[in-house]
Unconditional design. Sequence first.
Length: 179
Amino acid sequence: MPTISPIALSATDSNTSQTLIAVKSKIGMIPNLFLTLANSPAALHGYLRLSESLGSGFLNTRQREIVALVVAQENGCQYCLSAHTAISKGAGLSDAEILSARFGTGAASKSNAIVSFSRKVVQKRGHLSAEDLEEVRRAGIDDGTVIEIIANVALNILTNYTNNLANTDVDFPLVEVEL
């Protein structure tokens, strides 16, 4: 049972309502996460704006999903693991790639670097060593992409923490958290 309830669409202001209706027209549903974030229209709009901006950045959809899976796994967020497993499959990631992001390393060297670096950012709360940074650079990841990985980690921490606290009902095919 949710500890912070999703807000009813009818209870939102007109701007938030229009935003949520646009989400539904784009993806076919309004995820419970978005209805939970809608308790704070500023949080919902900020999340969506940052997500949209990062969607046109250096990381492609598959790479962004790899980051999301790593962060959800590290934070034990069942909602986000479930959502991003479904989204990852839609983006063309195989089951093996999804499991690799959650529990190991990516198959390709760049994917491996993204998985490893994302995990270190979460585990070390951003306090990475010069060697950690050099390692990701050796994999061909430039500083702009490093910043985007950090931004994607932060975006996913927002949703992980929200869902973990709110105990958001999962409205995607359920994926169990295995820590």
